[in-house]
Ligand binder design. Structure first.
Ligand code: GUN
Ligand code: ZN
Length: 661
């Protein structure tokens, strides 16, 4: 296995793929090199890996001789990793080609390609299912044959199945069980060319959700920067661009928000060397060949810049914000963005729950993000009380800014609330996009680390109303501030409610003990809080901020509340208590005998040492490291989710915080 993941966001991953000619840092864009015709040196513009076509080389006597004698790297004058395609695309364009699967594979091996491709059949979208099925069988047969033929060649194995999600998934399942290095997703060019992005989402999600997480996926023929963010967020790692040259030949400029025609330009659109040094008029009056080269350089520059932006977004945890921006470039991309709602269950499992970036609401589609879905699920971990007091948003963190409460309330259910708040009152802030925020959680990521407009839109109001309707079922008595009732037009939801005033302002304070218990419940599951923290714990606050920092029992540190995201980081005693409370295999990563001493020493855990784990672990969660007898060895922070930890056998799975337990 030669792939490892370093950072994650959404289903996106920053990874490293090892090849004989060096490491590919993913997500990566591979410019298509036309053998024998290429004039632009793509390396000068940022290419670290390229793709070329083995069939075109094979078919041309001269090219073939050079490639067989000196290798493909010498032929196209590129010393980094080279991927070759097989001629399948020519097959789909011209219906027939003059080479067999075995021949083209052997050829790719002979010319020292780094990653070669078998002769899959790119079944177009929307054909009859029988055809898609029949062609898929051939693709699978040829993939199997590739395994027999290859010696050192790393292999692409292409997922086909037309626009039938079940066929895509079946194909992915079968290929995933065989020994391939990379999985392209094929025959999506026609979908992209006709802006059928919503179907592209179905095809990609049906494929990636059945492919092994431990292998990179290549979205074949996706070279428009407009799509990079979305495709990466769905789990694609590699892209190839013939677009940079094809669009240039057609006097078109690629931009992350669409395509520009040179004929329409009064101004050059970016700051690359071409856009800075030439005016549209100068380019238009240039001879064709020179113009094409310059436009191709712009296209390469803008494409690599977008890929860098995508990688940066993964590392800082702002990939969804980037995707939401890009998907506003075209109404059909917006359809694709909306389509992701259908996959939120899957996306939630891959998306890390804690990020460096705040959650920015950019429009109603943000309500479908995995973070919102996760919060509503995790809310069920918080036990309810007898009474509920609902308050409107204030500045964050809410508990420090509730002085503008007002003194008018509505009684929604049961008896009105008067005077002081007792222990049986759950104070909850109602806000967009997370809906329901028990005040104890008001400093936990992303409930404190998010921004949304003050002027709520209709979709948000509707969502929150629905949430409230079911949430209040958990309480005997429900009171809401008048401001909140106005904001969310709750009088239409609860027509019989009555307004009343109180004469003494309510003082809302969050009890420190309640706060730490509920945060732990939210983070680790219901009941975790009371098992981590008995009522004699000491809570130590920061002298600067007044916020809770550490929780001790006597001299023993149990956990530290991380200032940046309000999440508990366990100490040894916390790990022991959590291990006692949570039933096996919850929150656990089980390592084999060989890794046991390393784990005890506090060394990080490599995926290959893990023999089992809680499949529900997310990346960036606090996890318990145990042996096969469920003895606690160490604890740490996961880099991958449960499924990924089990699938990988290269790279780190857990950054150990402490061993010696
Ligand atoms: N290039 C674009 N689409 C495809 C495909 O489906 N298969 C192969 N091999 N190459 C492609
Ligand atoms: Zn430019």
């Amino acid at each position: 296995m030669n792939f490892e993941i370093k950072y994650k966001d959404g289903r996106g991953r920053i990874g490293n793929l090892k090849t004989p000619h060096g490491m590919i840092k993913t997500p990566a864009l591979m410019p298509v090199i036309h053998p024998g015709k290429q004039t632009i040196n793509v390396k000068d513009y940022g290419a670290e890996v390229v793709i070329t076509n083995a069939y075109l080389i094979y078919k041309n006597q001269d090219l073939r001789e050079i490639a067989e004698k000196e290798g493909v790297h010498s032929l196209i004058n590129f010393d980094g990793p080279i991927v070759t395609d097989s001629g399948s695309f020519q097959l789909s364009e011209y219906g027939d080609i003059e080479v067999s699967n075995r021949e083209i594979l052997e050829f790719q091996e002979r010319i020292s390609t780094d990653i070669g491709t078998s002769l899959d059949i790119p079944t177009p979208p929307s054909v009859k299912k029988e055809r898609a099925q029949r062609e898929l069988e051939i693709t699978l047969e040829r993939a199997k044959e590739a395994l027999e033929v290859r010696e050192n060649l790393m292999l692409n194995s292409v997922v086909q199945g037309s626009t039938y999600p079940d066929l895509r998934s079946k194909c992915a399942d079968k290929l995933g069980k065989m020994d391939f290095e990379v999985h392209p997703i094929g025959a999506v060019v026609p979908l992209m060319e006709s802006y059928r992005y919503s179907e592209l989402v179905d095809v990609v999600m049906a494929s990636v959700s059945h492919l092994p997480d431990s292998r990179p996926r290549h979205l074949m023929g996706a070279g428009h920067p407009m799509i990079f963010g979305l495709a990466v967020a769905m789990g694609c790692d590699l892209f190839d661009s013939a677009a940079y040259i094809l669009y240039a030949e057609d006097d078109r400029l690629l931009m992350p928000h669409g395509t520009l025609k040179l004929e329409n330009l009064h101004e050059m659109p970016c700051s690359c060397e071409v856009c800075s040094n030439y005016s549209p008029e100068e380019l238009r009056s240039m001879e064709k060949e020179k113009r094409t080269e310059l436009l191709a350089i712009h296209n390469l520059r803008i494409s690599f810049a977008e890929m860098r932006l995508v990688r940066q977004a993964i590392i800082e945890g702002s990939l969804w914000e980037l995707v939401e921006q890009r998907c506003r470039a075209h109404p059909f991309l917006l359809d694709a963005l909306r389509k992701l709602k259908k996959y939120r269950e899957d996306l939630e499992k891959y998306d890390p729950p804690y990020k460096k970036s705040a959650f920015f609401y950019t429009g109603p589609e943000s309500l479908n993000r995995p973070e919102v879905y996760r919060h509503l699920k995790r809310l069920e971990r918080i036990p309810t009380k007898k009474r509920l007091l609902l308050l409107p948003r204030s500045r964050k963190p809410y508990s420090e800014h509730l002085y503008e409460l007002g003194d008018e309330f509505y009684q929604i259910k049961g008896d009105p609330l008067k005077g002081q708040l007792g222990e049986d009152v759950q104070v909850t802030v109602v806000d967009v996009p997370f809906g329901i925020i028990p005040l104890e959680l008001d400093q936990v990521y992303p409930l404190a680390q998010n921004e949304s407009p003050n002027d709520y839109d209709e979709d948000s109001i509707k969502l929150v109303k629905n949430l409230l309707e079911s949430y209040i079922q958990n309480f005997d008595h429900v009171t809401a501030s008048a401001k909140l009732v106005d904001q969310f037009r709750l009088k239409s939801t609860f027509p019989s409610i009555e307004k009343y005033s109180i004469n003494q302002p309510l003082e809302v304070v969050v009890d420190d003990y309640q706060r730490i218990v509920r945060i732990a419940d939210y983070q680790f599951g219901e009941g975790a809080g009371e098992n981590l923290f008995n009522d004699s714990v000491q809570i130590v606050k920061s002298r600067n901020t007044g916020k809770i920092r550490h929780v001790y029992d006597g001299d023993e540190l149990i956990a530290t509340l991380r200032a940046s995201d309000g999440i508990f980081v366990l100490a040894k005693e916390g790990a022991r208590r959590l291990h006692r409370y949570l039933p096996y295999p919850k929150n656990r990563v089980v390592v084999n005998k060989d890794a046991e001493p390393f784990a005890r020493e506090g060394k990080s855990i490599f995926a290959k040492f893990v023999i089992n784990c809680d499949i529900d672990i997310h990346a960036k969660e606090e996890v318990l490291i145990v042996n096969e007898e469920d003895q606690l060895l160490a604890f740490g922070k996961s880099i991958l989710n449960g499924k990924e930890i089990l699938d990988f056998n290269t790279g780190q799975a857990i950054k150990t915080r402490k061993g010696g337990l």
